[in-house]
Design a protein around this ligand. Structure first.
Ligand SMILES: Cc1cc2nc3c(=O)[nH]c(=O)nc-3n(C[C@H](O)[C@H](O)[C@H](O)COP(=O)(O)OP(=O)(O)OC[C@H]3O[C@@H](n4cnc5c(N)ncnc54)[C@H](O)[C@@H]3O)c2cc1C
Length: 403
């Protein structure tokens, strides 16, 4: 079978070039100011977002009919190689997690009224949202064990539960909450996704949980959230009642590949920093670039980044063709998460002590990269999924073809 053409179209190339120029002019020079996460940083973000919108580089994960500027996974992958290079890029172009994934499920499953109330403000950039699934008391890896309950009372749901790692909940306008609506149904039919405005009585953002020493602010927080007698209309159910897992699958598949696309940008930036510094820094009578260990880091990183890139573009292309690409998405999720961490780690090691300072973006990149091996499914769970699906195909006598 012929290998798909994964190169960007001329139109995508032109868009990518505009994103690259924008990043050079407006994002990289402002990273240090944005990292301070204070009032000035918030004002700066608002300014950069307005500018990105003005330049037609807005919400590239959504098609133009939904208010975005792309909508093709393959094009989005190429754009994210630029956007993902800075940790702030996704927020500037309004394609940040978890709003991008929430926007996609609202677009696919929302009623007209839900789109008007919740999707439109997300796309315009007036509001942020959060996705509230993981709970402290049960394993997030196995969400069939979720305990948060939504009980029907007339035309309302009454929600009670305890969540954590609801990223971006601080300052968000609404959350999409995964709650058990029918405890007696089969494990994958028990839960529904319910849109909950953050100002509904009983919603309490208890705290932003510091992760790896970082509390965050607004969009960068990971919050503990309690729901106590939270009453919302049954009309806030996203999709059909009991469809929570099916929608989560629809959300998390693309969401995972969005992360990986951005990681491609992070890996390439770390790689460039490693190579440049290896040429510049001299030890024991010669540049680091001449030491074989450093050369091995560069060669291994080049091979691994190239593999990640091709696997990501291939999965994006398959999704564009209507394929769920479950094996491909899980493979790149765990593989790219490891490569991301390894490449950043090698780049830090090459920089010596400087790699741990804020003179380069590597330390901040490293802190963010570690979570990649856990969120949206830990490595081990994706490996389990890959092995299960491949073995199922073997058991059915079909074997497995790499195509
Ligand atoms: C930075 C960050 C942001 C997040 N944002 C969100 C968010 O916005 N919304 C949300 O709902 N959740 C979010 N999460 C939560 C995340 O999805 C969960 O942490 C993840 O699903 C794992 O669940 P858990 O933490 O409960 O770990 P557990 O499920 O308790 O698993 C613990 C460990 O057990 C191992 N393990 C689990 N299953 C297996 C297996 N079958 N075989 C071998 N080993 C296994 C893995 O190593 C795993 O890391 C976020 C997490 C992080 C770190």
């Amino acid at each position: 079978m012929a290998v798909a053409d994964l190169r960007p179209t001329d139109e995508a190339l032109e868009l990518r070039e505009r994103v690259r120029v924008f990043m050079e002019a407006h994002v990289y020079p402002n990273e240090a100011a944005l990292d301070r996460e204070d009032d000035e940083a918030d004002a700066l973000i608002a300014k950069l977002r307005a500018r990105a919108k003005e330049e037609g580089l807005w919400a590239p994960h959504l098609p133009p009919e939904a208010g975005g500027s792309s909508g093709s996974f393959l094009v989005y992958a190429h754009l994210n190689e630029e956007i993902g290079r800075s940790l702030w890029g996704q927020l500037v172009f309004n394609c940040q997690a978890p709003d991008a994934g929430n926007g996609e499920i609202l677009w696919h499953f929302g009623t007209e009224e839900q789109k008007r109330r919740f999707l439109d403000p997300l796309v315009s950039g007036e509001a942020r949202s959060f996705f509230s699934m993981t709970e402290p008391d049960v394993p997030g890896s196995d969400p069939t064990t979720l305990q948060t309950r939504a009980v029907r009372d007339g035309d309302d749901w009454v929600i009670d539960g305890h969540k954590w790692f609801s990223s971006g909940a601080e300052g968000a306008a609404f959350g999409i909450v995964m709650a058990v609506t029918d405890p007696d149904a089969d494990p994958h039919g028990r839960a529904s996704q319910i849109i909950v405005p953050a100002d509904t009585p009983g919603v309490e953002v208890v705290r932003a949980i510091p992760t790896m020493g970082h509390r965050g602010r607004g969009w960068t927080t990971h919050c503990e959230v309690r729901y106590t007698g939270v009453r919302v209309s049954v009309e806030n159910t996203l999709g059909e009642i009991g469809e929570g897992f099916r929608i989560a699958q629809k959300r998390l598949g693309p969401g995972r590949i969005h992360h990986v696309m951005r990681w491609l940008g992070q890996m390439q930036r770390a790689f460039e920093l490693m190579c440049s510094y290896a040429l510049e820094r001299e030890t024991f009578g010669g540049p680091l670039a001449e030491k074989q260990t450093v050369q091995n880091w560069i060669a291994d990183s080049a091979a691994e980044i190239h593999a990640c890139r091709l696997m990501t573009l291939d999965a994006a292309h398959k999704i564009d063709q209507g394929d769920e690409a479950r094996v491909e998405v899980s493979v790149i999720k765990f593989y790219a998460a490891r490569v991301l961490n390894d490449v950043i780690d090698r780049a830090i090691q090459t920089h010596g002590g400087r790699g741990l300072t804020d003179e380069t973006p590597l330390a901040a990149m490293s802190m963010m990269a570690r979570g990649g091996r856990i969120y949206d499914g830990p490595d081990e769970v994706h490996k389990m999924v890959v092995a299960r699906l491949i073995l199922k195909s073997f058991a059915a006598g079909d074997g497995w073809r790499f195509e």
